[in-house]
Structures are given as C-alpha cells and as structure tokens.
Design a protein around this ligand. Sequence first.
Ligand SMILES: [Zn+2]
Length: 631
Amino acid sequence: MASAATAAPADVASFIETFNADYAKAHKAYEDNFWETKMNLEGNSVDALTSSFNALEAFLGDQAALDAVRGFLARDEREIPESSRVVLRQIEKTLKCYIVESADAKAVREKAVGLENKMNGARNKLKPTYVEANGETTEATFTVLRTKIRSAAEESVRKSCWEATRTTGPFLLANGFPEIIAERNRFARTLGYEDFYDMKVTQAEGFNKKRCFEMLDGLEAATAPLLKTALEKLEKEKGADALKPWNLSYALSGELSRDLDPYFPFENAPEVWGRSFAAMGIAYRGTKMRLDLCDRAGKYPNGFCHWPVAPHRGADGTWHSSEANFTSLATPDEVGSGNTALTTLMHEGGHAAHFANIEQGSPLFAQERAPFSVSLAETQSMFLDSLCGDAAWLGRYARDRSGAPVPWALLERSIKEKHPYEVFALRGMIAVPYFEKALYEMPEEDLTAENIARVADEIEHKIQGGLAARPLLSVPHITSDESSCYYHGYVFAEMAVHQTRAHFLKKYDGVIVDNPKIGPELLESYWTHGSGEPGFLKMVENLTGKPLSHDAWVASMAKDVPSLLADEKKEYDAAVAALPNTGAIDLGMRAVFVHGDEVIADSESAGGYVEATKEFKKWVNANWPKTAVAA
Ligand SMILES: [Zn+2]
C-alpha cells in the first residue's frame, strides 16, 4: 500500500491506473482472439483478430500518452515518488519501441516494411522440390526437407533435400532482401545507431553491438579447438563422407529416441512436469493456464505460450495474477511424443512461471513483446528444460508405464553418442549472429546477391568448418523485422543457463532437481523484475556473483566422456534410490486441459492438479488406445 508520505499526486496515480487498465484490456482482447483463431474455436473471427491487433498497436503507438509520461517525468523529483517514476520510465521505454518520432525515419521505415511484405508474399508461393530415391520429383515444405535430411536412408535423397534448402537464399536475394537490408540500416542510422544490428541489440538487451560481439568473440575463440576435435572424431569414426552437410545430422542421429520412448509416456507428462516444478518450490501465484496439447485438423501448426493477462501489482496493493495459453502439437502414440511433450512443458512452463512471478507496478513489465529481453526470457525456460538432460532428473522422472526407471545403459549410450558433438549445435547457433553482423556491416554498394551468398558460405566455413547442414540463408529468423538480429539472445541465454547451473550446483552441493530453494532463488533474482531494472546482465551477475561469461558452458562441453559418465552414474544411482515424489502438487495455479472447444479437465472442479492430470490421462488413453496398453 502507498503511504500518505510517498503517495503520487492524484493526476499521476490516476494516469498510471487508467493506462494499466486500458493496456490490460487491449492486450487481452487481442490475445483472446489470437487463441480462438489459432485453436480454430467455435465462432472465432479473423476480422476481430485484425481489429484487436490494430487496437493494441494503436494503443502502444499513442504519441499523446508518450508526451504525458514525459510531462510527469519532467516534474520535480520531490513531487513524483520514485515508485511512480519506475513505472513511468517503463511506459516510456515500451512506447518508444512502437512510436517512430521523426518523419524521416517514419518514411524509411514504411518503405522497409513494404519491401518485407512483398518478399514474404513471394516466399509463401515458394514451392521447394526434391528428388526421391526412385527418381520422382516431389514438392515438400521446409520442415519436411529438414526431417528428411536427418532421417532419409538414401544419401541421394538427403543431398537433394539439402540442395532444396539452399534455394531459399537465391530466392530471397532475387526478391528484395538486399534492398531491405539497406533500408533497415538507413532507418537505424536516422535514429542515431551504427546500423540495424546495433539498434536491435541495444533496444532488446540494453547493451550495444560492440559489447554483444565481444562476448560472442570470446565464445567463438574458446570453442574453435573443440569444433576441430569433434570434426576429427566424427571423420575417424564414420568416414569423411559423414562431414558433408547433407550427411552430418544423419550420421549423428541414432535409434536412441526410439529406445528411450517407453520411459516418457505422453499421458504422464503434465503430472511429471507439475511434480518436478512443485518440488523446486515454483509457484504460479494464482495463474489460470489453458493447455491444448494435442494435434488436430485445423489447429495452427506451431506450438506457443502466450499471456492474455500479464500480471502486475496495482497501486492499491491488489495483485492481478496472470493468465496463460499454452499449446503444442502432440500425437500421443507417436514415437518421441512423450519426450517432446515433457521437454516442451518444462520449457514453456518455465516461461509461464517467469511471467507469472513478475511483480511490478504495470503489466508492461510482464508483456513478452519488445522491449522484453530475449536472453532473459530464454534463460528461464532453457534452465528448467536443461534438467531433462540430467541423470539426477531422468533417474527420478523418466519412468515407463509400470513405474520402472530408464535403464542406466540407455543414458550411458546417450552421453557417449551426443556429448562429444555438442559443439556442433553451438557453432551452428553463433553462425547466425556473425552472418547478420556481416550483412548489416556491408557497404550499401556491395549489397549484391552474389556478395551476400558468398559471405554466407564464408561464415559457414569459418564457424562451422564447412557448408552448413542448415544453410544460413534458410534460417527463417533473418528475414523478418521482428526476429532479425536477435539470435544472439539464445546464445547468451545458454551461456547464462550454464553459469546459473554451475552456481547452484556449487552452492547446493550438487543438487538442483527437487531442491525447494531453487524456485525462490529464481523468483528473487531473475523473475520479479520483469523487463525493468536491473536488466539481464546485471541479474545474472547478482545471482551468480560474477559477470556473464562462457566459462561454465565451455567447461561443460570440454569435460571428457569418462568423467562425465562417472559423475552422472552417481547422480543416477541416487535418483533411482530416492523415495518417489508422490505427494500433492501445489503450483498455485488453475490448470484447464482443453482440446479445442472441449474441456478435458479443470483442476478447480476436479479437486486439484493431480486429479486433473488423472482425468487427462484417461482422456488420452480413450482417444489413443495404444497409450493404454500398460496403463
Ligand atoms: Zn522459449
């Protein structure tokens, strides 16, 4: 409660309260329509989605609101208390992401957006093809091409699919991508930034391009020797052909996911996730979460977690809890679906726990769009899903339908097959920011299709040791305004995840799984601030006691297989011997399991979360009878 001594003047208080309420209303209207249309619910309306989206954009783009905020901030410091200033500064920071104040910049921006829409329109008509083993030419989506590169037994098919993914580059380059890069740079320079990359990273992360690449350069240098070792090992074990870009992922993929499948029954995933989070002391503070986990005709083909209500603490002390909508595309009796579902629940449920616990004076601290830091958001979800790779977690939670734990022999195989090659994913990840940096640093007269294609190949060679299995120009993030120049966010998040893990392992004697102190620690250091101060880098430093660095990540990758096996075996033995976690699950959340318009189970009417997961299991067993075999 605000005491009389620190209360804001009535006009400021009522401005903030009205702003918060209006924002919450516009945000919820859009997100409700988003959910209804994407889940294809009865009575959904694309027109209502468009008009609510425009209303939200108009609200965030309101110059009069920005002027009012600046007016308040300009007033005497003794008149406007710091608690109100914190909120006002956040409103200013957010509105500035949606308002372009100079007329010149506005014109350049509109040109860039127009070019991008034209390129995307053309891209939607792009129909890649590949040649089957029998010589037939077949059309396929990029998702199918990528799956085939990993799994097709015939080398000619893999090669043809990979070549098809390489056609995106020339297509984009012939359809306006070089002009888009030039216009984006012009826009950023009008606003005083070095280039578009510098603008994006500064706005999203609060540090500039120079700082961003100092950190990436350190990681690049530290992992170059690991890449060399991994490439040599793969060549020695599987022959030089395995290094070809269309063979690499195939050479690394084994039968492991099929053998592990029985230990991840799909229908148990929500219960396992709830148990694991509750045991770490994670609570959702009154959140209502809708979960639509299974695939069906007419459903949007990408999983996501969105928040129709971003939480905040009102000036009168009232807590406005969050509302979350979470969807995935599982087919419960398909091999691998249970493992995917569980990892996705740990990841997206991690995002939801983060956002549910942001406790600030406006929902603008807890909305996931700009200026929210990608690094900060992904650190939370990736930290929690990283547990799914730990023997300490697998020994407890990877259990088949009879309750038997995953055998050590499978985990041993997994470590031997995967650990020596982890560096490939890291190098594939950092290649994207290096490529985008090069793109936006090219002088405008050099921005030709040939030059851009050549630079992409050069960076693949330099960073990945040869042409990439996933060609840089086929990475979808690089084209759209929103997702371009932000891939470094995933890299810094992974760095922070390793540093956070190392910190907790040291502090808590090697125990993260089922440690009830972890949730409160995350809440205090990482979650409560949202997108306000102190910001990502400082939060990591405050929790772990050192500035963010690549040390912990590199050390974990460089650990040799025999020592890793010895350590993980100890963790596994202890986990299997531990008492099973079978108590009540109190997540402080109302969970509603749905399938489109059908409500499967609601923890409020079912009498608790565990009861709701029981109803969910029954529903899965009834609809996919193969899952009921050993139930
Ligand atoms: Zn995520």
